[in-house]
Design a protein around this ligand. Structure first.
Ligand code: MLT
Length: 329
């Protein structure tokens, strides 16, 4: 009798454990805990600002908090390695710009492969850039700037966010078009670089419009030209670099969202839906428009839209960088 009783109790425990496990599985769909959104540059910079803006509506759609984490250094490659090695469960999402496409050529030793180690969520936004000077920098306009940097090339400092950053790419393009080599000052993101430009510690910075439009409008920095073929609606009085003589000077910064390879398609689809919901949010749209940030068309906000674009960009930048021998390591 005693034996039968304990057998019954044992079976009951087993059955209830199985039931509880089954319930837990059924009530355990993705996501059931906070999600990390990894940003490869400093807090307060343009990538960080876009990430923080969309993290809230994405979290609302997913029913979990999306926490932004800044993993900085080496042009975003430290963050990319971190995400490539993360568990393929959708709890570590990555946002990065076109540095994802330039890294394979810029770095001789890279610990991840952009085309093999990730699942693609979708493209996010395209951001124009603007060549800025500190408020008290002597040249009043672009023509004066060209003369000034040639006469003072040993003194002029140009900030950037380190090797592989778009601010570096834009600066390199500018120096090569002007035929000058200025002293470059690397930071871990253009957030701190812009702070130093505002404080007058550096002379020039080519930055995205994300954080810079209000400072330009308030006259706290000088804007010498935008990097798009046409003037920007948010900055109609700032001429393009192209119209001021640097014909064909164009840099537009595209951004993509990734998770590690092997993340289940259903999880990728949920994150993609959340990204699209966030980019359709009226408040997000208004904030992005203020900075002249373009939300990419729906067809690009898809896993294939990002994968195809990334591949094309790797093929575009690889030969250019290799030919220039411009290695970051
Ligand atoms: C940043 O978020 O700090 C920038 O995207 C860095 C850069 O690439 O210039």
């Amino acid at each position: 009798m005693k034996l039968r009783k304990s057998l019954f109790a044992g079976l009951l425990t087993l059955a209830s454990t199985a039931f509880l496990a089954g319930t837990a599985l059924a009530a355990d769909p993705y996501p059931n805990k906070p999600i990390t959104l990894v940003v490869p540059f400093s807090a307060g910079g343009p990538t960080d600002a876009v990430a923080r803006l969309i993290a809230v509506p994405m979290g609302k759609e997913l029913g979990q908090t999306v926490i932004v984490e800044n993993t900085v250094g080496a042009g975003g490659t430290i963050a990319a390695t971190r995400v490539a090695r993360s568990a393929p469960d959708g709890y570590t999402i990555f946002i990065h710009h076109m540095g994802m496409a330039t890294a394979p050529a810029l770095y001789k030793k890279l610990n991840f492969d952009p085309m093999k180690d990730f699942e693609y969520i979708g493209q996010v936004v395209d951001v124009p850039m603007v060549l800025l000077g500190r408020k008290n920098f002597p040249p009043k306009d672009f023509k004066e700037l060209e003369v000034y940097i040639k006469a003072n090339k040993d003194k002029v400092t140009l900030a950037n966010a380190g090797p592989g950053a778009v601010s570096q790419l834009c600066g390199l393009l500018f120096m090569s078009r002007e035929g000058v080599e200025l002293t470059t000052v690397p930071y871990k993101g253009t957030g701190p670089a812009l702070t130093d430009l505002l404080g007058g510690q550096v002379d020039l910075l080519c930055d995205q419009t994300t954080q810079t439009v209000p400072y330009i409008k308030d006259g706290l920095v000088k804007a010498y030209g935008v990097t798009t073929p046409k003037r920007l609606p948010a900055l109609p009085n700032i001429p393009t670099l192209d119209e001021q003589g640097l014909k064909g000077f164009e840099v537009k910064v595209w951004h993509g969202m990734y998770v590690s390879k092997g993340t289940p398609p259903a999880v990728v689809a949920k994150i993609n839906k959340a990204l699209n919901v966030a980019l359709n949010d009226p408040e997000v749209k208004a904030r992005l428009a203020e900075s002249n940030i373009e939300i990419v068309p729906p067809a690009k906000r898809t896993p294939n839209g990002l994968k195809e674009h990334l591949e094309a960009e790797i093929n575009k930048w690889g030969p250019v960088i290799r030919k220039a021998g411009a290695y970051a390591d």
